[in-house]
Design a protein around this ligand. Structure first.
Ligand SMILES: NC(=O)c1ccc[n+]([C@@H]2O[C@H](COP(=O)([O-])OP(=O)(O)OC[C@H]3O[C@@H](n4cnc5c(N)ncnc54)[C@H](O)[C@@H]3O)[C@@H](O)[C@H]2O)c1
Ligand SMILES: O=P(O)(O)OC[C@H](O)CO
Length: 324
């Protein structure tokens, strides 16, 4: 199975390294010419994954047409750019393994739903789970969910990307795998806020737990299965992302908790904090589905600057007492 990777941020680069680990050639499309040059000349992505020596079998390209002969494409551009990039991909039979975590602004669609609209004939799968790119690139033990409605294709993809320290679990619940990855980014912002404002570890654990209840309600409303939401791509990724400043979403929240404005924290940043873009559209979809997501509502209000941290905390704590 000839693999191409679309998007050479930290995660696309780490996944190219995974795909190249068995010695196969991997074509990696990068948006930025300096990233193409850095990978081909120095075997390093000095912009997005500095300090990691990449396999010499990874060839970076700046032209999406170079991916035309691939059997499978790992699509790793941020959710808000996915549709535009899919429109420019060469037409073909390649399976799309979608690796971004988010919900598209405007449409309210998950990544797989965007892909189905843009590439209705392409076989689709989703890769998600607790995966800091630099740890995967360093070969540290990692387990992920690979979700695909077509069990045979899913099995082939699992076997193609599995490594001794990179362990994919196969699922057929595509929506469930995506909901976890999209919602956890917003909840990680909330946990970062608690960290930045010095609210303590009890507050963080409560946000993870009550946030998981929000994720589960939302996922169930979209048809996700409960066991997917409590698996690697749901609870697993929620725990990871809510626990470390290695997470861009958690770090963004920490800055908010320390009193910075969202616009200042987001201005001129090169790396993506998907939760900031997913939050308002997640809130809108949840309201439409009549799913209660008070933590997500609070994160949105804070990002929009309509409340401060004290207001947000007060609103969450003052909600009516209820059973768990
Ligand atoms: N970094 C991680 O540890 C990690 C792990 C799992 C999933 N993800 C997900 O993977 C996706 C990509 O994140 P990342 O961490 O690789 O990115 P990144 O933050 O390292 O880099 C930003 C990426 O966005 C791309 N980009 C910017 N503007 C663009 C445009 N107009 N069109 C197309 N691409 C554009 C850049 O070229 C670059 O590839 C996100 O959805 C993220 O949530 C990231
Ligand atoms: O740095 P974050 O917050 O985008 O998180 C990266 C991965 O999604 C963690 O699984």
């Amino acid at each position: 199975m000839k693999i191409g990777v679309v998007g050479a941020g930290a995660w696309g680069t780490a996944l190219a390294q995974v795909a190249a680990a068995k010695g196969d050639a991997v074509t990696l499309w990068a948006l930025e010419p300096e990233v193409v040059a850095s990978i081909n000349d120095a075997h390093e992505n000095s912009l997005y994954l500095p300090g990691v020596t990449l396999s010499p079998t990874i060839r970076a390209v700046d032209d999406l047409a170079a991916l035309a002969d691939c059997d499978a494409l790992l699509v790793v551009v941020p959710a808000q750019h996915l549709r535009a990039v899919l429109r420019r991909l060469p037409r073909g039979e390649a399976a799309l393994l979608l690796c971004a975590k988010g919900i598209e602004a405007g449409s309210g669609l998950l990544v797989s739903q965007v892909a189905q609209q843009e590439r209705p004939d392409a076989p689709i799968a989703v890769l998600s789970g607790p995966t800091f790119a630099h740890e995967v690139a360093a070969g540290l033990p990692t387990a992920v969910t690979l979700a695909c409605a077509d069990a045979e294709l899913g099995q082939r993809l699992v076997e193609r990307i599995a490594l001794p320290a990179f362990r994919p679990y196969l699922s057929d619940d595509v929506i469930g795998a995506e909901v976890g990855g999209a919602v956890k980014n917003v909840l990680a912002i909330a946990c970062g806020v608690a960290e930045g404002a010095g609210m303590g570890l009890n507050a963080r654990a409560s946000l993870i737990s009550r946030g998981f209840a929000e994720m589960t309600r939302f996922g169930r409303a979209l048809g996700a299965r409960a066991e997917t939401l409590s698996g690697l791509s749901g609870l697993g990724d929620l725990v990871l992302t809510c626990s470390s400043t290695n997470s861009r979403n958690f770090s963004l929240g920490k800055g908010l908790g320390e009193g910075a404005r969202a616009a200042d924290l987001l201005a001129n940043r090169r790396t993506v904090a998907e939760g900031a873009f997913t939050a308002p559209v997640l809130r809108d979809v949840a309201r439409r589905l009549e799913v209660e997501m008070p933590i997500v509502e609070g994160v949105c209000a804070l990002l929009e600057g309509t409340v401060d941290v004290a207001d947000m905390t007060g609103m969450l704590l003052a909600r009516p007492l209820r059973s768990e």
